[in-house]
Ligand binder design. Structure first.
Ligand code: SF4
Ligand code: SF4
Length: 223
């Protein structure tokens, strides 16, 4: 009996707590952000659509393996590795790098294991599209256009609001100096061969000194 009454009490209490919060919001002042005319607030650690630096990607698949919903697709022609001198990945070509945003949960688990830190959660908060197929973002196709992140519809308008123009320009400026190497990442190329180290004077003398002639053993006649 005591348990029965306690359960009734707990139920009524939780309903009242929930209703108090709901009623509080009913009488709160309404705030309407006039998006897209006014910029939305995007906090510094916001996890938006990725931006991807293809020129440093070694195609190791670690991001795809870490993804809990398997929404990253990678194709490469051969293994790639990072050239320490240039900081660019070389070897095979990146044929495809795509993310299906109809599945992505923006958990950032893909960015954690990336050994070259070339995959980032960006500040792009909006990717409205007109059909389901467009939710799969082909980052290799973007790289051909010199882009690291997909452009939202508002960024493609002729006269976007002032904040949108600034955001779009920041994304373009970030990718602009890398356009050439982004294109090269989709082609096969090898690091330049290391220059041969010139022989030092000492080693040259040592090489010039006559060596003790070895006495060649006469071939044993086994006949
Ligand atoms: S953010 Fe999460 S769900 Fe989205 S691609 Fe990365 S690991 Fe997968
Ligand atoms: S983990 Fe990084 S380097 Fe490896 S395939 Fe993914 S993005 Fe490229």
């Amino acid at each position: 009996m005591r348990n029965y009454l306690r359960n009734i009490y707990q139920t009524l209490k939780t309903i009242l707590v929930g209703m108090r919060i709901t009623i509080g919001y009913c009488f709160a002042r309404t705030i309407t952000v006039q998006y897209p005319d006014v910029a939305p607030t995007v906090l510094p650690r916001f996890r938006g659509f990725h931006y991807y630096e293809i020129e440093r990607c070694i195609g190791c698949d670690l991001c795809a393996k870490a993804c809990p919903v398997n929404c990253i697709y990678i194709e490469k022609s051969a293994p790639r590795k990072l050239d320490k001198e240039t900081g660019l990945a070389m070897g095979g070509a990146i044929k495809r790098y795509a993310i299906d945003y109809s599945k992505c949960m923006f958990c950032a688990l893909c960015t954690e294991p990336c050994p070259t830190q070339c995959l980032h959660m960006g500040n792009n908060h909006d990717l409205s599209v007109y059909n389901r197929a467009s939710t799969v973002v082909e980052f290799t196709e973007l790289a051909k256009q010199g882009l690291q992140t997909p452009m939202p519809i508002w960024a493609q308008k002729r006269q976007p609001p002032e904040w949108a123009t600034r955001t779009r320009q920041a994304w373009l400026d970030r990718a602009k100096p890398k356009r050439e190497v982004m294109l090269l990442a989709m082609t096969e190329r090898q690091p330049a061969p290391k220059p041969v180290v010139a022989a030092t004077a000492e080693s040259a003398v040592a090489t010039a000194e006559p060596t003790t002639p070895t006495t060649a053993k006469p071939a044993t006649d086994n006949r």
